[in-house]
Design a protein around this ligand. Structure first.
Ligand SMILES: Cc1cc2nc3c(=O)[nH]c(=O)nc-3n(C[C@H](O)[C@H](O)[C@H](O)COP(=O)(O)O)c2cc1C
Length: 499
């Protein structure tokens, strides 16, 4: 047991101790290795850093990264002076807005969740979640691509009974949709990713667990139902023994698919997120930091991702095959060339994804890439290929979007922000509502399948969509006169205007 007084004596660069979750760590030698820079740790030197640590680190990060001799023991709680937390004016305003959220029964679509999250999230969380790379062209294109595909519905097909349930990598799913991995859930809600796990368990939807979840992997697994299917998203560590341990632990705990992220050898520059880090920073300290040549703070995303191995290559695939029997899926494929290499490498599928527009800006949308990739895969065996799944993600907000991707050959579709904003705005109940809107209790899938003349997902065929405009990158000219008279649809409203 260490007293608060003793710990506070180690509050400098020469000897820096911090408290996280009631345990004391000597991080002196780790200061310059910390991916988020030393400054942020030094701010908590000799003190409790739990509150700053928690939302942006998986719980075990400090335990796994510091040698055991730097784990100094427990803090003696009787020596800690209880600090009365001062709640800022901004936080008070935020809480007032949360209390005035529209009731859940007024939420009609996934856009509503986004509109609410934008108002009630702390600025840093909104910046991290909503940001995309560079000029954010791709994030907007992801959405626009769906609007360039039109339906060609069939009629008179007796659509009294329609069924949109499916299997994804052999696992039952009540929707042709899975929850894609989005990191750092606790920035937006105290229960973080557990909101998704609990709601997904109730409704038979599959969740992909992020490597960089705010909740620990085991916490998430413990919150799942015994028969609940889960996938794992993997950022490959430079230290392959860490990756091996993580993957094998996931398999032992029953995870059903390994999605290796291959579009992020380095994280994209997400400027909304990067700028946030400067707000409230002490300008003097920043100048000093620049002068000493220390890496500038570069936003939450970059701060947490420096362990990712940029040397990952096709040569590594057999190694992954050797350490797990889980189906392996490459997440972040964009071209037919790579889709064919993946097929040849013997993996079980690919996700056509640009990481929600957060990586290479002006990359094309997954939906657009699907056309060329499906054509290429058709030349190499059965299509759809039961042993090689093709998933798509990015920009999906409606069941009608999902049906377009499925008609063009996707096996299922991933949604990231749609579900993330659902739990940021209403916790677990928000995620359940999002599932219901899409189709866990009828609604969007049922209506769209009926109107399209398809009784089940097998009846969705390419002839049901006109994708001829999908590959046209010519912007739609602005129609000013039309725009000035058009009455836009309205989103769910707060009881009073923003304070
Ligand atoms: C806040 C946020 C964090 C993300 N974190 C990860 C991650 O840790 N690993 C990963 O492979 N993809 C990550 N993604 C990408 C998603 O898995 C998915 O590809 C993307 O969100 C799909 O686009 P959508 O948000 O428009 O649905 C993240 C996306 C967002 C928005």
């Amino acid at each position: 047991m260490l007293s608060a007084q003793t710990i506070s004596e180690h509050a400098s660069r020469d000897s820096c101790w911090i408290i996280v979750h009631g345990k004391v760590y000597d991080v002196t030698e780790f200061l310059d290795e910390h991916p988020g820079g030393s400054k942020i740790i030094l701010k908590y030197a000799g003190n409790d850093a739990t509150e700053a640590y928690e939302p942006i680190h998986p719980p075990n990060a400090i335990i796994d990264n510091l040698p055991s001799e730097k784990h100094l023991g427990d803090v003696d709680p009787s020596t800690v002076t209880k600090v009365v937390k001062v709640i800022s004016e901004a936080e008070n305003k935020r809480q007032a807005l949360i209390a005035k959220r529209p009731p859940l029964n007024e939420i009609l679509n996934l856009h509503d969740f986004e509109a609410i999250a934008k108002v009630i999230l702390p600025d840093k969380a909104w910046a991290y979640y909503s940001s995309a790379s560079d000029d954010e062209i791709t994030i907007r294109e992801n959405r626009a691509a769906y609007q360039r595909v039109w339906f060609r519905p069939r009629i008179l097909r007796d659509v009294t009974v329609v069924d949109w349930s499916t299997t994804i990598l052999g696992q039952k799913s009540s929707l042709p949709v899975y929850i894609s991995a989005t990191a750092l859930g606790k920035l937006g809600h105290p229960d973080g990713e557990l909101n998704l796990t609990r709601a997904a368990g109730k409704h038979g939807v599959i969740q992909m667990i992020p490597t960089l979840a705010s909740c620990s992997f085991d916490e998430i697994l413990d919150a799942a139902q015994p028969d609940q299917s889960l996938f794992l998203q993997l950022y490959v560590n430079r230290d392959r023994s860490i990756t091996k341990r993580y993957v094998q632990h996931a398999e032992a705990r029953g995870v059903k698919g390994l999605f290796i992220t291959v579009d992020a050898p380095q994280l994209g520059r997400r400027e909304k997120d990067m700028r946030m880090k400067f707000v409230g920073d002490d300008a003097g300290a920043r100048v000093q930091e620049n002068m000493s040549g220390v890496k500038k703070d570069e936003g939450v995303a970059r701060a947490i991702s420096s362990f990712i191995d940029p040397s990952l290559s096709w040569k590594d695939i057999p190694w992954f095959r050797g350490i797990t029997k889980m189906p392996i899926i490459l997440k972040g494929v964009s071209t037919p060339e790579d889709a064919l290499l993946a097929l040849e490498a013997g993996v079980q599928g690919i996700v056509l994804s640009n990481h929600g527009g957060r990586q290479l800006d002006t990359s094309r949308s997954g939906l657009e890439n699907l056309i060329e990739i499906a054509a290429a895969l058709k030349t190499r065996g059965p299509w759809p290929n039961p042993n090689f799944s093709v998933f798509v993600d990015g920009g999906v907000r409606r069941a009608s979007d999902v049906l377009k991707a499925l008609a063009l050959g996707a096996s299922a579709v991933g949604i990231g922000r749609g579900f993330l904003y659902a739990f940021c705005s209403y916790g677990e109940a928000g995620v359940e509502k999002a599932f219901k809107i899409l189709g866990c209790i009828q609604e969007e899938f049922e209506m769209n399948l009926r109107l399209l003349g398809a009784r089940n997902l097998n009846e969705l065929v390419p002839e049901m969509v006109d994708a001829s405009a999908l590959q046209s990158h010519v912007g739609t000219p602005k129609d000013n006169l039309f725009d000035s008279t058009y009455q836009p649809l309205r989103l769910a409203e707060f009881k009073t205007a923003k304070l």
